[in-house]
Write a protein that binds this ligand. Structure first.
Ligand SMILES: Nc1ncnc2c1ncn2[C@@H]1O[C@H](COP(=O)(O)OP(=O)(O)O)[C@@H](O)[C@H]1O
Ligand SMILES: [Mg+2]
Length: 176
């Protein structure tokens, strides 16, 4: 069974880490799967895509459309992208659900922990006023209302979070 699993959450919340582990786990199960990480896509598209609301929404919809096309061809899509806007995420849910399940995974983590992790050093720069439009500091993050999965990545280990996802996929007959 094909599906899209979409990791949303603020920077350093664990989207890249958990999506890569899931990708490897699905590959080991011989699944056809693609991983679309927001940062990789942005590095390909370069400066053409910015961080204003319009660009961010366009980016989310673009990843949704790619996922729809992948799923239509029997390939599981894993997306890891902040995707801060609810309306764009819901648009994708509607589009992908025409054919396949859509699983929104909210990587939830308290801001103080995110700032301690600060994997890319960007929270520090945002606090210093050196970056504008930084999600959670001076740009919005709209929490998912009803995500299929919530992972408290500040409270639980990486292994626990991954097992939680795997169990969800098994319980819903998406993997065996
Ligand atoms: N439960 C967890 N899930 C995911 N990452 C975790 C967890 N606990 C600690 N971490 C750490 O938090 C950081 C998350 O970074 P990353 O995956 O790059 O975040 P994002 O892609 O959301 O910006 C990593 O250093 C990871 O080891
Ligand atoms: Mg990332």
């Amino acid at each position: 069974m094909c599906f899209t699993i979409w990791f949303t959450g603020m920077s350093s919340a664990g989207k890249t880490t958990l999506s890569q582990i899931l990708y490897n786990g699905l590959k080991e199960r011989n699944k056809k799967v693609e991983l679309l990480d927001g940062d990789d896509i942005r590095s390909i598209l370069g400066k053409k895509i910015g961080y204003d609301k319009y660009s961010r929404e366009a980016n989310i919809l673009y990843l949704g459309l790619l996922s729809y096309f992948l799923n239509r061809n029997g390939i599981i899509s894993i997306v890891a992208a902040i995707s801060p806007y609810k309306e764009a995420r819901e648009n994708n849910r509607k589009l992908i659900r025409k054919l396949n399940p859509f699983i929104e995974v909210y990587c939830k983590c308290e801001l103080d922990i995110l700032e301690q992790r600060d994997i890319k050093g960007l929270y520090k720069l945002a606090r210093e006023g050196k970056i504008k439009n930084f999600t959670g500091i001076n740009d919005p993050y709209e929490n998912p209302d009803n995500p299929e999965i919530i992972l408290n990545t500040d409270l639980n280990s990486i292994e626990y979070c991954n097992m939680f996802i795997i169990n969800y996929l098994k319980d819903n007959n998406l993997i065996s």
